[in-house]
Design a protein around this ligand. Structure first.
Ligand SMILES: O=C(O)[C@H]1NCC[C@@H]1O
Length: 405
């Protein structure tokens, strides 16, 4: 793929150049040029991005260049694991509130992008191995939670093949609590509870920490069949606050390499009653399908109540680890995870998730499994962003939601 040249904008403006993709409807703004100087290990680079250059995130994620639900990936060609040969390239993930530890949908998009670009953008591109039997290229991506192995379908020309799914193998993933009662002090209760003072939920890690709760348990008795976004936003926000503020529940998110990464990233509302949808039921004919035995739908609120359009790859890893811990998904068995978008638009495909291997058997944590997540990503365009010096808004991105809600 030809990478476009940055705009030659007037004045002392540094253009930021991005390629745009979507994975199951969720955007990834891949930033490859105009990135501020970040040095050291990947986590040190993330700390500098947070403390010194937060305007870089705000200007690209928030309005008028982004929107409340925008997602970004910053390429980091130099990291400690790239230097030691354990990874080919690093990446930092960002969203409306800050930086995340892992992102599956962006990993799927990055897989295609990194196979398609040249050494100018991806210095170690030449080191990637092409397997002619499976017609795939594999690469190791250094993400804040560790290293994920990405397998990208590749055409004879060396470019990525959009007609087959990209897959990645997650970092060791595990359930942290099954059917846990979460007490809800009065200030954390919402209308649909109708007097209930606690809810039951599951917790799991898939590179980031998630809480899984059924729509019914939240009080939405029609499940995700009736989508009440604002009410679900309110309920998940309160539930997250109830978990995060409860000292007895801190252990649920404290099992990571760094204390900074042990936080509850998202609430996934599940609905197992919404099983398979035939192509005829969707709004578009199915073009791509992943084969799997079972299928379920979810809606994920993450970061500052951002809504994932995709089935949330890192949460698929968490959900597969959870299903395995519950004994409902055996090694190698595939399950399809839909988002509301992939359920509605059957021209898109959900993510397939399966237990890849038992991380415990290779010397890791006994409870952990590595999960294989598969999905499709597509290019949507490219941007060269500028900020003119006369622009009164400067680099202060805003969100209409903060003003209006
Ligand atoms: O697919 C994922 O894992 C992500 N999508 C947005 C929120 C998560 O980081």
């Amino acid at each position: 793929m030809e990478i476009p040249q940055p705009l030659q904008a007037p004045g002392p403006i540094k253009p930021i150049t991005c390629v745009e993709m979507h994975t199951a409807g969720e955007p990834t703004r891949i930033i490859w040029n105009g990135i501020p100087p970040l040095t050291g290990t990947l986590l040190e680079q993330r700390a500098q991005a947070k403390s010194k250059f937060d305007e870089f995130r705000r200007v690209l994620m928030l309005e008028p260049r982004g929107h409340y639900d925008m997602y970004g990936a910053i390429l980091r060609p130099e990291t400690e694991l790239v230097a030691s040969g354990k990874a080919h390239i690093g990446v930092l993930f960002m969203h409306n509130e800050g930086f995340s530890t892992m992102c599956g949908h962006a990993t799927i998009a990055l897989g295609r992008f990194l196979v398609d670009v040249d050494e100018k953008v991806f210095p170690r591109r030449k080191e990637l191995k092409y397997d002619s039997k499976s017609r795939t290229t594999t690469l190791n991506l250094h993400v804040p939670c560790g290293v994920v192995e990405v397998t990208v379908p590749t055409l004879g020309s060396g470019k990525s093949d959009a007609s087959r799914p990209v897959s990645f193998v997650s970092v060791p993933s595990f359930a942290t609590a099954i059917s846990l009662q979460i007490p809800l002090p009065e200030k954390y209760r919402w209308a649909e509870l109708h007097g209930k003072t606690a809810v039951t939920a599951d917790f799991a890690y898939g590179g980031a920490y998630y809480c899984m709760i059924s729509a019914e348990e939240l009080g939405f008795l029609s499940g995700l069949g009736e989508i009440r976004l604002q009410d679900m936003d309110h309920a998940t926000k309160l539930l997250k606050e109830a978990v995060v503020s409860n000292p007895d529940l801190q252990y649920l998110t404290q099992d990571t390499r760094t204390a900074e990464d042990g936080f509850l990233y998202g609430i996934m509302i599940t609905d197992t009653r919404l099983g398979h949808v035939s192509a005829a039921e969707g709004t578009a004919a199915a073009r791509v399908q992943l084969d799997a035995g079972s299928e379920e739908t979810g809606l994920c609120f993450f970061a500052n109540q951002q809504i994932d359009r995709s089935p949330t790859g890192s949460c698929v890893a968490a959900r597969v680890a959870l299903a395995h811990a519950k004994g409902t998904l055996s090694v190698g068995e595939k399950r399809i995870y839909n988002s509301l978008v992939t359920r509605a638009y059957r021209g898109l495909s959900g993510f397939a998730g399966s237990v890849f291997d038992d991380a415990g058997s290779s010397g890791g944590d006994q409870r952990s499994v590595r999960v294989c997540v598969e999905g499709y990503a597509y290019y949507t365009g490219y941007h060269s962003f500028v900020v003119e010096k006369e622009d009164g808004l400067g680099v202060d991105g805003f969100s209409m939601r903060d003003i209006a809600l």
